[in-house]
Design a protein around this ligand. Sequence first.
Ligand code: G
Ligand code: MN
Length: 278
Amino acid sequence: RAMSALERALESNNRLALADEANADLWLQDDLRDALVNNELSIQFQPLVDIRSRRVTSVEALARWRSARHGVIAPSRFIALAEQAGLAPELTRWSVNAILREYAPLRRQMPELRCAINLSPKVFSQSGIEGQISAALAIWGIPPESLTLEVTETAVMDDPELSSATLRHLRDTGVRVAIDDFGQGYSSFTYLKHFPATELKIDQSFVTPMAGDPRARQLVRSMIGIAHHLDMEAVAEGVEDATTLAYLAEMGCDIAQGYHLGRPMDVPELLQRLRAQE
Ligand code: G
Ligand code: MN
């Protein structure tokens, strides 16, 4: 921190810079490095519900960083920080293992419950990601069919050839692949032609306003059609009320996720929820 203040001081007119004014992101990156080593990140699970049977069929693992110094930091923020700091590989390694460690005992109680993990877009330029995931599955005794990897369109568009080759290899081992936040950001239908995904997750910006917005509904209906015509399951993210869930059921959407069905929760709370459904 002193070094970064010195650097800025040398470039400033008055030759003065205070360390506590130094780039806040650099501090955060430092603390994130420590957080990874000290296990300060925790995992929560959000249920995904089969719309027809109303049963929880899968959970999405979401990382949480509660920092003693900075409070709760959203995943979108610390994942971006990790990428800037070149920590994406460490974060991926940490989260894959931390998630599977908590998921393994859950799966032993409920063998048909699947688990979804979000992959950072940077992961595809990292060598050995396939081996890393297969090794982690073997260590925790989890069959590849129980794991879904969620990747955003943007991740795919960064390097369509590399990412689809990597995902194809993983898909061949039985791992499932979901296109996350579909419809958000820039996308192209070209990649959908060859992309080995098993499910399409419709971005919450279309789903959340459905109850009061006919155009949002028509877009969601169309996206469900795209999913089904390409032999993918349609998943709606950000379902916040019963009206939306009823629309989705009528449209033939397969899976729903959102605050109306369950917020991200820790394992004891999730177990309670799963027992209640039994
Ligand atoms: O990008 P991805 O879809 O993986 O991000 C999931 C994020 O969306 C999580 O941070 C989760 O807490 C949040 N989320 C989940 N369900 C809802 C919901 O119903 N409404 C809103 N606003 N956010 C949600
Ligand atoms: Mn996701």
